[in-house]
Design a protein around this ligand. Structure first.
Ligand code: ADP
Length: 197
């Protein structure tokens, strides 16, 4: 800790008070997987369903963050690590305000997921959104796989930059088998299991 920095997390309105205000508990759902696996699509569906139940959510989407907070970062392992660290720190702040916080970031290496878990602590839940490279390439929602095939994207996850399958996770979503609705429902069940008193 820097010598002249004096953090005091207790001086502001408490998490408990904000959770009472919102009538919910804060949590972080860390959704990760290949580009095109379905993270943003499922996150959107989860948010819509929870909004209909008057529950407050926030989505921290990797591409959105890379257009602002993380716009100085690229795709080296070092930069991806920093991308995850910053995202985790922001997610932690939101969860501490009682928000249901959904992260949608590729997070390709186990050590990045471990970093996020270490930053966030007990509120962290790991949701692996799975589809294989070929399926993602067929979906290609952002046209990235086509660019990769013609050599226009460097350090692309699953191609020239690695993706490590998890050894375990809190929720496994196989988007080649499950519909968007089924996946969203499974995420909401996980949230309900954590956030119900
Ligand atoms: P990511 O956020 O992981 O990069 P996106 O959600 O942006 O991925 O894109 C996933 C694409 O796959 C979307 O075009 C979505 O409509 C499509 N898709 C097809 N089937 C599914 C499914 N079962 N679950 C999630 N997405 C699916």
């Amino acid at each position: 800790m820097k010598e002249n920095i004096h953090p005091d997390f207790e001086r502001f309105v408490s998490r408990q008070s904000k959770e009472e205000l919102l009538g919910q508990k804060g949590v972080v759902l860390w959704m990760y997987g290949l580009s095109g696996s379905g993270k943003s699509t499922i996150a959107t569906q989860v948010e819509k369903s929870l909004r209909a139940q008057n529950r407050l959510t926030v989505v921290l989407d990797g591409d959105n963050l890379r257009s602002g907070l993380n716009s100085d970062l690229g795709f080296t392992d070092e930069d991806r690590n920093e991308n995850v660290r910053r995202t985790a720190e922001v997610a932690k702040i939101f969860a501490n305000q009682g928000l249901i916080t959904i992260v949608s970031v590729i997070t390709p290496l186990r050590r990045f997921r471990d970093l996020a878990r270490n930053v966030i602590g007990a509120d962290f839940r790991e949701v692996y959104v799975h589809a294989n490279f070929e399926t993602c390439a067929q979906r290609d929602p952002k046209g990235l796989y086509q660019k990769v095939a013609s050599g226009k994207v460097a350090s692309f996850t699953g191609k020239d930059s690695g993706f490590e399958q998890p050894e375990s996770c809190d929720l496994f979503l196989d988007t080649e088998q499950q519909s968007v609705d089924d996946s969203a429902q499974a995420v909401i069940q996980l949230i309900d299991a954590i956030t119900q008193d």
